[in-house]
Design a protein around this ligand. Sequence first.
Ligand code: B16
Ligand code: MG
Length: 218
Amino acid sequence: MKGALFDLDGVIADTAVYHFRAWRKLVKDHFDRELPDKLEEKTKGVSRADSLKVILDYLGVTVPQEQFDALAAEKNEAYRALLAGLTSADILPGIPELIAQMKRHDVRLSLASASMNGPFILEKLGLSDTFDAIADPSKVAAGKPAPDIFLEAASEIGFDPGDCVGLEDSVAGITAINAAGAFSVGVGSPSELGHAKLLVPDTSALQYDAIETAFERR
Ligand code: B16
Ligand code: MG
């Protein structure tokens, strides 16, 4: 296990809730409609524009490109406002210990987030210097569930994806890790993430030794 390819929202920090809160506000303000909880999974790990497409599709609304771009920008402003108070205290349980163990074992860390806000969030969490690389989602051709962002994240630290683990909380993300040929570690429930090679219920259950053992047995 030479590298670890980390998803951000929902794995390193619980920012997934802020994403959906910002979408809900946007939809309430512009369309006076509510979004059901079940839509959240469909926007997890999915780019901002693709998330907006999922939401407009649910609403049965089509908008011209200019309004589409304005809606996406407004959602991002609302999201960034929700992130304003983010600190290292918002790093999810078990993640600091896991990262420390990985560092101790010379595992290189690379961020494989779909979020354009990745560098900003790592900075707020005090983790910028902890990561060896951040894959730029604007540079990859296709978003999750395509493997591209994980291939890029592995390449940024100079390793074959087969020598890396990928950590994810989304259906699209686990599919992307498997397609990239890395070893998928899911954080969530078997009903959604049954395709993960190793699954834990939440980040506090992420143990370096268990991941290493499962990786060696793959
Ligand atoms: P942004 P991840 C993803 O991050 C989120 O899960 C997804 O809900 C969001 O739409 C996407 O980032 C884009 O984020 O609007 O900040 O560029 O889970 O891949 O770390
Ligand atoms: Mg995520």
